[in-house]
Design a protein around this ligand. Structure first.
Ligand code: PGA
Length: 239
């Protein structure tokens, strides 16, 4: 595991974008696993700028997102479809991009469809991840077991509260989501985990504590190629 320390959010964002950009330059037909949340927004801004400047071309690449809320139409400003268009897809030129359909009539069938997409185009070359205050990656919430495949998840109260800041009315935060499972994340060739302000303690637990489904990100200790970019102060790492 490699940990890159960044003095501030801009530096974290630039470093993350450089690593994603390098992946595209080295393998133009990469499959990128992408994440939402406030942390990757700056990296997406740099990637959009570098594409506009003619330095990055995504036309042979595809993206597969981690997750989507259930029940929000794609046009809802808090849906992850909308987020990805706003922060990246409207500004760059991926050949194709997939996200789970959170308004599918049959959500279990949608989980199976998404798993087939991952199998068809995976393994993911570079998986970008944030980390939740409770240690979730994607919407793999703390649990008594890891879930391998794409699945329907009931969001934890802490996650609902953390995401309520984005909604006019906290009551509107969806209670359910579809998330990529742990297997696709572990099978990604490289993982890039971003952890900004407020994530120091959970990052320390995930990287140096026991591997447990109660801290889903702790499973990354088993992945052979993880790079962490963080504004946290230096921490000693067990692996
Ligand atoms: P954040 O969310 O980037 O908005 O902090 C990360 C996450 O919950 O995975």
């Amino acid at each position: 595991m490699k940990i890159l320390y960044a003095p501030d959010y801009e530096s974290l964002s630039r470093k993350a974008a450089m690593l994603i950009g390098a992946q595209i330059l080295q393998k133009p037909c990469s499959v990128l696993g992408l994440a939402t949340g406030s942390t990757p927004i700056g990296a997406y801004r740099y990637l959009s700028q570098w594409h506009a400047a003619g330095d990055l071309d995504f036309s042979q690449a595809r993206s597969i997102n981690l997750d989507e809320y259930c029940g929000l139409p794609d046009s809802h400003p808090q849906s992850y479809h909308y987020f990805m268009r706003q922060h990246l897809f409207d500004h760059v030129n991926f050949a194709a991009s997939d996200l789970p359909e959170g308004c599918a009539e049959d959500l279990q069938a949608e989980c199976r469809r998404y798993e087939q997409i991952i199998s068809a185009y995976g393994p993911i070359d570079l998986q970008l991840l944030g980390i939740g205050h409770n240690g979730h990656i994607g919407f793999n919430e703390p649990s008594d077991h890891f879930v391998a495949q794409t699945h329907l998840v009931r969001l934890k109260e802490q996650t609902i509260q953390a995401n309520a800041r984005f909604f006019d009315d906290p009551g509107q935060v969806p209670r359910q989501a579809i998330t990529m499972g742990i297997a696709a994340i572990l099978q990604a060739k490289k993982v890039l985990l971003l952890a900004g302000e407020g994530k120091e303690e959970i990052l320390r637990q995930a990287l140096t504590g026991p591997i447990t489904p109660q801290v889903p990100a702790s499973i990354l200790q088993l992945h052979p190629d993880v790079t962490v970019v963080t504004t946290a102060k230096e921490m000693s790492c067990s692996r």
